[in-house]
Design a protein around this ligand. Structure first.
Ligand code: F6P
Length: 357
C-alpha cells in the first residue's frame, strides 16, 4: 500500500505532528507515504512530491508550519470571497488524478480547513480515495469538537494579553488586541477569558461601541484605570467588516477592526487607547503539547481509515475520543460560538463585556 498526504489552506501549529503520526503509523504497517508539496498543487503533473520516511519526520513535532508547504490559493481553492463555493474545474481534477494513478496511491490524506475539505469532498465524489483531517486555528469546523492549532493560537493570545496587561496598567491605558477569527470568535473568547480581558468582541455577538465605551467609563469610575479589549478580526462594525480585497488572490483579507475600535473608544471615553494586532504570530511557532497530541492521534486515525478503505470520511474529535464522520458533515456550515452557550455565560458571569448590554 502506498498513501499520499498533503496540507492545504493556511498553515497551523500541529500540521507536522499529523505528518509524523501518518508516517509513523503507515511505516508500522510497511506502507509507503508520499507527501505532496504546496497542497493539491503538488498533484498537478509532473507532480511535486517526496517519499516520506521516519527519518524525514524525526524532530518535526516541535516545528510550526508544515514541512510540505501549503497554500490557500491556486487551482484548487474551493472558497473564495465571503464563503462563496467555487468548484474545482474538472479539467484540473482529471490532470491531478493522473498523478495519483501513476503513483498508485491507494489513499490520499487531505489535511485542511473547510475550503480544502470542500475540495476533498468534491474529489471523493469524483471517485478519489480521500480521507480528511480537520485543521484550523479558528476551531470553526463543524463535526469536530476541536482542531489542532487552536490551543497554540489561544496560547499566543494569552501571552499577548499578559504582556499588554502590564503596559496598560503602568500607563493607565486601554489596550485593544485584534486576533484572528474570520467567521467565529473562539480564539478571541478563549484567549480573552484565559488572558483576563475585560471586553471580548466576536462575530457572533453584535456589539454597540457606545456600550463598550460606557463599560470602560464605568470601570474608570470604579477605580480600574486600565482595560483590555480583545476583538476578533471578523467582528462586525455597524457598517460591516473591516476588510480589503486580497491583491494576491484568494479570500478577502480581514484586519483593521482593532484600530477602528481603539479610535472610537479613545474618542468616546477620552482615555488613551492603543491597538495591537497579533496577526500571524498566532499561526507560527511551535505547537503546544495538546496540539501535538491531537495532530499525532489524527494522523494515526487517518491511517486506520485508509486501512479500512473508509473513504470520504474526516477524522473527528468528540468527547475525548478520536473518531470519524463523513466529510460532508464538516463542510456545510461553520461551527460558531453559541452566544447563549455555557462559555459565553461563564465569561459574562465573571464580568466580561461583549458590547451588547
Ligand atoms: O482561517 C485561518 C485564518 O488564520 C483566519 O483566521 C484568517 O482570516 C486567515 O486564516 C488569514 O489567512 P492569510 O494568512 O492567507 O491572510
Amino acid at each position: 500500500m502506498r498513501i499520499g498526504i498533503l496540507n492545504s489552506g493556511g498553515d497551523c501549529p500541529g500540521l507536522n505532528a499529523v505528518i509524523h503520526g501518518v508516517v509513523g503509523a503507515a511505516s508500522e504497517k510497511g506502507w509507503e507515504v508520499i507527501g505532496f508539496r504546496d497542497g493539491f498543487e503538488g498533484l498537478l503533473p509532473p507532480g511535486d512530491f517526496k517519499f516520506l520516511t521516519r527519518a524525514d519526520t524525526s524532530g518535526i513535532l516541535k516545528l510550526g508550519g508544515t514541512i510540505l508547504g501549503t497554500t490557500n490559493k491556486g487551482n484548487f481553492a474551493a472558497k473564495i470571497g465571503a464563503g462563496d463555493v467555487a468548484k474545482v474545474p474538472q479539467e484540473i481534477v482529471d490532470r491531478a488524478k493522473k498523478t495519483l494513478d501513476q503513483l498508485e496511491i491507494g489513499a490520499l490524506i487531505v489535511v485542511g480547513g473547510d475550503g480544502s475539505l470542500t475540495t476533498g469532498h468534491q474529489l471523493f465524489q469524483d471517485g478519489w480515495p480521500i480521507i480528511g483531517v480537520p485543521k484550523t486555528i479558528d476551531n470553526d469546523l463543524e463535526a469536530t469538537a476541536m482542531t489542532f492549532g487552536f490551543d497554540s493560537a489561544v496560547t499566543s493570545v494569552v501571552d499577548g494579553l499578559d504582556r499588554l496587561h502590564t503596559t496598560a496598567s503602568s500607563h493607565k491605558r486601554v489596550m485593544v488586541l485584534e486576533v484572528m477569527g474570520r467567521h467565529a470568535g473562539w480564539i478571541a473568547l478563549w484567549g480573552g477569558m484565559a488572558g483576563g480581558a475585560n471586553v471580548v468582541l466576536i462575530p457572533e455577538i453584535d456589539f454597540d461601541i457606545q456600550k463598550v465605551a460606557e463599560f470602560i467609563r464605568l470601570r474608570e469610575a470604579q477605580g480600574h484605570h486600565s482595560s483590555l479589549i480583545v476583538v476578533a478580526e471578523g467582528a462586525k462594525l455597524p457598517d460591516g467588516l473591516v476588510a480589503r480585497e486580497n491583491e494576491h488572490g484568494g479570500e478577502v483579507r480581514l484586519g483593521g477592526v482593532g484600530a477602528v475600535v481603539a479610535n472610537q473608544i479613545q474618542e468616546m471615553t477620552g482615555k488613551e487607547t492603543r491597538a495591537c494586532t497579533l496577526g500571524h504570530l498566532q499561526r507560527g511557532g511551535a505547537p503546544t503539547a495538546l496540539d501535538r497530541i491531537l495532530g499525532l492521534r489524527f494522523g494515526v486515525m487517518a491511517v486506520k481509515l485508509a486501512s479500512e478503505g473508509n473513504f470520504g470520511r474526516m477524522v473527528s474529535y468528540q468527547s475525548y475520543h478520536v473518531d470519524s464522520v463523513p466529510i460532508i458533515d464538516a463542510v456545510q456550515k461553520i461551527r460558531c460560538v453559541d452566544p447563549t452557550g455555557e462559555v459565553v455565560d461563564a465569561a459574562r458571569a465573571i464580568g466580561i463585556c461583549f458590547g451588547d448590554c
